[in-house]
Design a protein. Structure first.
Length: 98
């Protein structure tokens, strides 16, 4: 699938999830709202929690969470999996746990 089509499809998935809410993109959603409305399932949540415990920047995990949702949208998944969180952590410069 062409990059343009993947991005278009990802934006549409995000729009459907955010329909009726005051945000239009994952980057605009406050992390607290992401965590409350769309909690991560077990393994991805555990990986993010471990990163939060190791990190010093309190906003870093929030950015990783938003990026994880974007990666899941690009892949066509309903929610981020462990790989999405691991990739988001690596893109933010954080070490990924085994």
């Amino acid at each position: 699938m062409a990059v343009r089509e993947r991005v278009r499809a990802a934006r549409e998935r995000s729009r459907r999830r955010l329909d009726g809410l005051p945000w239009q993109a994952n980057a605009e959603v406050p992390a607290g709202e992401l965590r409350r409305r769309w909690p991560l399932p077990g393994p991805p949540a555990a990986l993010l929690r471990d990163a939060e415990l190791r990190g010093g920047n309190l906003r870093g995990p929030d950015r990783v969470l938003r990026m994880s949702w974007t990666l899941a949208d690009l892949a066509g998944r309903a929610a981020p999996d462990r790989e999405d969180v691991a990739r988001a952590l690596s893109l933010r410069g954080g070490a990924v746990l085994p």
